[in-house]
Ligand binder design. Sequence first.
Ligand SMILES: *Cc1c(COP(=O)(O)O)cnc(C)c1O
Length: 384
Amino acid sequence: MIHYKPGRIFLSVPHMGGHETNYVQKALEDNWVSTAGPNLPGFEHDICQHTNARYAVALNSGTAAIHLALQLLGVKAGDEVLCSTFTFVATANPVLYIGATPVFVESEPETWNMCPATLREAIEARLKLGKKPACILLVHLYGMPAKLKELLAVAEEFDIPVIEDAAEALGSRYGGHQVGTLGKIGIFSFNGNKIITTSGGGALITNEEALAKKALFLATQSKDPAPYYEHSQMGFNYRLSNICAGIGRGQLDVLEKRIKQRREIYTYYKDQLESIEGVSFLPEPKGCFSNRWLTNIVLSEELNTTPESIRQALEQENIEIRPLWKPMHLQPLFKDNAYYGDNFSGRLFSRGLSLPSSSNLSDEDLEKVVRFLKRELLAAAPSA
Ligand SMILES: *Cc1c(COP(=O)(O)O)cnc(C)c1O
């Protein structure tokens, strides 16, 4: 059991919209306390409405959604999957579940997501080795859309299908399109730390009916059509519960509000801290709209401090700050995996911090975080 001092300011916590209880209460009253019930198609309908995807399948985690997506694309044991290195491990783990091998691709500096040129380099190198990658698993990290136009052009040129891991990027847009809808399959997470939550949950979206049907089939133990339990394929217990889907329906109602609030938090931090020497932010490239799930800062080496000492100083004030994701190519789990790039994300990892970004962060708490950050950063100024 973890005990925190009261008043702690967390990185990202759930934020109820108010109407979740209506959906949940109705489910309890009608006894739909199950992985079946009206909130599931309701939630899926709402996801389609919000994303303009044709089909959505509600699942019990984003990780499960990635696992199914890989199978829908026919990825099998021994295959290679080109995967963003700069991400949370949940992107890459499902590749291992299948017995396939992730090959990691470095990010570019404008979005911190998979670099199209490095992707091409990786594909050409794998082809030379006689290994055609089975799919591309790219991430929209921290809500920032990846350079989809360029990435999809490379994917198309080599005829490799794309999965968009939009776990952190629900509601982000690329050239007017919702992220998750431009690849063959997109996935979202509704884990408790994400921009909206079902407590735990995820979804798979696609424009292809056959893929959506197959996803639902696999997620519900691959039951063949028969009056008894008949199975000709291995299946999974990956369906979201109707209770959680009810939470999701209430949460989706306020998604736009949550995006606005997270973006305002980003703007506040930027306005307050940007002028400090050695502190930088990630601006939105033209055509990208980020949900700003987390606000991150990068500290220059010239500062007379380290991101870790700043993290510790704010921890003393009961404020949670975190290093950026440690890239997969630096993880012990993947020490033997192929990797293409120049360690850009490794440098980000050693210089970056994620700041408290909950949509329900009070003005008072936000000011408090900024006050302590300023104290630390100004004291460490190169000219100080
Ligand atoms: C959270 C997250 C996932 C996994 O989602 P879960 O719902 O926690 O399984 C996958 N990829 C990224 C980038 C994430 O941040």
